[in-house]
Design a protein around this ligand. Structure first.
Ligand code: AMP
Ligand code: MG
Length: 304
């Protein structure tokens, strides 16, 4: 997945699970990593008709479809051809103009792809899937399920910043998660915290426009694409943290919020049972502002 991960668990069995966890993640990548040419998703993208879908792929596809429907298309895994054109995907950046984007938009949309007898059926061979906005969160759930199976009641799983926590930390408190200030940098080591969120048997994922972006002629292009326009989402929303029971949902909805913008995302989160959010955005003077949904307000400590 091109990132780092941390798994902290209450070592009740005095066992080091590093090798087993690595092997679960490797199996996961063989299903859903677009950076592994022989993975299931890569073979689907290459129109390999012999590929057999596994349970990881089927769960990923079902959740992606569900989030696409709930967000009225803001979340869309069929964006792969456009994400690639912008240079944020699994191929080299192309020279982008509105003619290119218009020509690619015809291949975008969940109505262009469906499952039939455990096979992906595409409307056009050019249709491709990008799981980067949801698969990382899903891999967190998969590792959490591994620890659940071992009977471990207290753990924290973090992969590339997407998190699931259960029980308590070593001090016997709820797990405390730092949310980064949305400082523009490609380097995650430059971090400063905006807030600390305590989570209780929940997952947390953050999407933002401050780490993966490029600038051209003074214009900023971030890696979240608005499926309606094919262009990078532009809004006052700098960072969207979503809290959900499972990390696959948190990850997907966090990405969708970046597309929907501040006002729509606040309305959306308040309508969705089981989702909470913490947003960082700019006001008209360019100052950071934050919003926390009601039921998590008391679990958030903002840092001055
Ligand atoms: P995340 O960091 O989880 O927000 O995922 C961002 C990544 O998801 C991007 O780098 C793209 O690969 C992909 N992506 C971009 N825009 C969308 C979108 N609107 N829906 C689904 N995936 C997207
Ligand atoms: Mg995401």
């Amino acid at each position: 997945q091109g990132t780092t991960y941390t798994v902290i668990y209450d070592n009740i069995h005095q066992q080091d699970y590093t090798t087993e966890i690595d092997s679960v993640l490797h199996t996961f990548d063989l299903s859903l990593s677009t950076y592994v040419p022989s993975s299931i998703i890569s073979r689907v993208n290459a129109n390999d008709t012999l590929v057999e879908l596994d349970d990881f792929f089927l769960a990923f596809f079902a959740k992606s479809k569900e989030v696409n429907e709930k967000t009225e298309g803001a979340f869309d895994i069929t964006l792969a051809p456009i994400v690639n054109a912008w240079g944020f995907g699994f191929t080299d950046k192309q020279k982008v103009d509105s003619i290119l984007i218009d020509s690619l938009l015809q291949y975008i949309g969940m109505d262009k792809v469906r499952l039939e007898n455990k096979q992906v059926v595409k409307k056009f061979p050019q249709v491709m899937l990008d799981g980067n906005a949801i698969a990382q969160g899903y891999s967190v759930d998969v590792i959490a399920a591994f620890l659940d199976k071992k009977g471990i009641a207290n753990y924290l799983v973090e992969i590339g910043g997407e998190i699931r926590a259960k029980g308590m930390n070593a001090k016997g408190e709820l797990w405390r998660i730092g949310v980064d200030k949305p400082i523009e940098s490609s380097d995650a080591s430059d971090r400063e915290l905006q807030a600390i969120v305590q989570i209780n048997n929940r997952s947390l994922a953050t999407s933002g426009n401050y780490r993966k972006f490029f600038k051209e002629n003074g214009q900023k292009y971030s890696h979240t694409i608005n499926p309606k326009t094919g262009f990078p989402a532009q809004s006052k929303l700098l960072s969207a943290t979503v809290i959900a029971k499972d990390c696959m949902s948190a990850d997907a909805y966090a990405t969708a919020c970046m597309v929907m913008g501040v006002e729509n995302s606040i309305a959306f989160i308040n309508e969705m049972p089981g989702l909470q959010a913490f947003f960082i955005f700019t006001d008209s003077e360019g100052n950071y502002k934050t919003y926390a949904s009601k039921d998590i307000e008391s679990f958030i400590t903002e840092i001055e």
